[in-house]
Design a protein around this ligand. Structure first.
Ligand SMILES: Cc1ncc(COP(=O)(O)O)c(C=O)c1O
Length: 486
């Protein structure tokens, strides 16, 4: 195929060139009807490019094939059999993949317990039974690593009737699983592997980045192009290969969840990103990796800041690491990541990706350069000085690896949709949670509906919320009360 082409971008240019007009949505009519105060902030271009996908950009039967051509080009560029574009984030793509593999099967789905909240939402919507794979725990750093092939094999031995497995790799921290090993374990049983690769859109385009799921033999993987690529927010692609997952079933499952009004700009940016990466991605990502190596070394010189690298790798830890994710352990400063992020936002107008009680994460992109990196280093240096005068952060009661693994009592769907009640934290242990509770970011639920709460997790969430942890999906974000099955 001609990778120099970008069918969706070209179609949009043609739409403008031919002065097309539609008596159809969107009602703003390419900005004519938009409020001038909106135009003053957003500009005219986003409205101009916001056109109807079929019956606008393409004809009513999509006979131009712009979307399908762009998807084929994407699949070829990354070595997949097929690719589907989605404008609803990996949150949708991962649910579609889960439903395609496990929907309607009683055996359930093997899932790593460090899955994102969108996976838990998929369990609630589909009624699929989770069969959790225990992640690997670094108890000292209070950090989980993706499961090993041996742990996935153990899960298959425990639940041989599960319809497939889903793992997250890279994690939001950039740590990666041994995907080739896990794919082999699954394929030895003739079962498919889904990889939630939301943080890995860039992986196919540079050999010094961790292995791309399709190269490792996964059957389906989903990527958020807006995270590590140049897509707009919500731009996601799911890739498919082999014959263990039916492409028609996958696209039907996606269709159940998808909007009927996809944003053409989101589609076009996916198309543009693919062409950019094919033509220049290797150089751009190579430069980004060099810049990241440099900034990692410089940040490490800041007193009491440890940039995590080899510490994250090993047999009982992660298999590989995306070094564009600069994860800093700041425990030695005696302050928390929450305090650090808040301080830099307020005093340096700089936002970092994630924080927790002892870490901060700066996510580098191929779009960063010397100037942005200087700004990061300068802000971190100023924070370090200021942090000497921070009040000690409120302590968080951290559960042990055993305590944080709650028992699943009933199906997430039954817990979520059944009768519920709120109980005070002191009375929550022993009750079955009716909602997910997710420290965000990174969005890995501490509690999944259907799990039996215990005191250690309740105390963790309650003390965490008091120390600055955000719990956006809990009915009570202060964790003083918990929603449980009545
Ligand atoms: C591991 C993982 N999977 C899925 C998602 C959902 O992706 P999106 O924001 O594109 O919907 C996220 C988002 O942070 C994530 O971290």
């Amino acid at each position: 195929m001609d990778q120099a082409k970008a069918p969706l971008l070209d179609a949009l240019a043609d739409y403008h060139r031919s002065e097309r007009y539609g008596f159809s949505p969107p009602g703003h009519r390419q900005g004519r009807g938009a409020d001038e105060r909106a135009l003053a902030v957003l500009g005219k271009d986003p409205f101009r490019d916001d056109v109807l996908a079929s019956g606008g950009l393409d004809d009513r039967m999509s006979r131009g094939g712009f979307l399908s051509d762009a998807e084929d080009l994407m699949a070829e560029a990354v070595g997949a059999d097929s690719a589907f574009f989605s404008t609803c984030g990996s949150s949708l793509s991962v649910k579609a993949a889960m439903m395609a593999v496990a929907g309607g099967h009683s055996g359930g789905l093997l899932l790593s317990r460090d899955s994102h909240k969108s996976v838990v939402a998929g369990l609630i919507m589909s009624g699929v039974q989770p069969r959790w794979i225990t992640p690997q725990w670094d108890a000292e750093r209070h950090f989980s690593h993706p499961p090993s092939p041996e742990q996935v094999e153990q899960a298959w031995q425990d639940y041989p009737d599960a319809s497939g497995a889903l793992v997250v790799s890279p994690s939001p921290y950039g740590t990666c699983a041994d995907l080739a090993g896990i794919a082999k374990v699954c394929h030895d049983r003739g079962k498919p592997l889904i990889v939630d690769e939301a943080w890995g859109a860039h992986l196919p385009f540079h050999e010094d980045l961790p292995t791309w799921a399709m190269d490792a033999g996964a059957d389906v993987c989903v990527v958020s192009v807006h995270k590590m690529g140049a897509g707009f927010e919500q731009g996601s692609v799911f890739h498919l290969q082999g014959d263990l997952v039916d492409p028609h079933r996958l696209s039907k499952c996606a269709d159940l969840l998808m909007t009927t009004s996809p944003n053409v700009m989101v589609y076009a940016a996916l198309d543009a990103w693919r062409r950019q990466m094919v033509e220049r991605g290797h150089d751009m990502l190579g430069a980004a990796l060099e810049l990241a190596a440099d900034v990692r070394a410089r940040i490490e010189q800041i007193s009491d800041v440890e940039v995590l690298d080899d510490e994250l790798l090993g047999e009982q830890a992660s298999h590989d690491l995306d070094r564009l994710q600069v994860l800093m352990d700041i425990a030695a400063t005696g302050t928390s990541g929450y305090q650090g992020l808040d301080w830099m936002r307020e005093h340096c107008q700089l936002d970092l990706g994630m924080s927790d009680h002892r870490r901060m994460l700066a996510t580098m992109s191929f779009a960063d350069d010397r100037h942005t990196v200087e700004r990061l280093h300068g802000a971190l240096s100023s924070w370090r000085e200021a942090a000497r005068h921070f009040d000690p952060p409120p302590p968080i009661d951290l559960p042990t690896p055993e305590e944080i693994q709650l028992d699943t009592a009933i199906l997430p769907r039954d817990a979520f949709f059944g009768a519920t009640e709120m109980v005070p934290a002191e009375k929550a242990a022993g009750r079955v949670a009716a909602e997910q509770i997710t420290p965000y970011p990174p969005g890995i639920p501490a509690v999944v509906p259907g799990e039996m709460l215990n005191d250690a997790v309740v105390d963790y969430l309650r003390s965490g919320a008091a120390a600055g942890m955000t719990l956006p999906d809990a009915s009570d974000a202060t964790a003083q009360h918990f929603r449980v099955v009545a």
